[in-house]
Design a binder for this molecule. Sequence first.
Ligand code: FEO
Length: 170
Amino acid sequence: MLSERMQEALNKQVNAELYSSYLYLSMAAYFSAKNLPGFASWMTCQVQEEIVHAMKIHQHVLGRGGGATLLPIEGPPLDWESPRAVFEATYAHEQKVTGLINGLVDLAQEEKDHATVNFLQWFVAEQVEEEESASGALEKVKLAGDGAGLFMLDQELAQRIFTIPPVPSE
Ligand code: FEO
């Protein structure tokens, strides 16, 4: 059984993950409007990943006998100065999410909730990948500059495919 504190914190994280999907959906729309379909497709993969993250946490809450509190999802920004600014925001956002996950691990340890500590290890590892992927894309955008470089990078980013990650065992 989840403690009240743990349940509330996990439900907030569900909201944060859904906000992330909203943020990346807004970024995908930004790139579509800029005629960069590869960038838009890369962001759409992010959208789907974030929904999977939210669902995993939601299912963990229910699986541990907890209740879901579905909080309102804040509206994301709708515009950015440049593709580079989008990826700077993406990288900063993933760093923030890593902090949230670390905070959940700290709380689960405090609550002596070993099942949740174990469950969250998947997210700890996932955040390493999320940050790496965002900073890698940011570096490429910086190198691409404007014009032809951006067009080439658009084709590269179009190759990303969304795959459902393995479900952690509990
Ligand atoms: Fe759910 Fe991108 O972290």
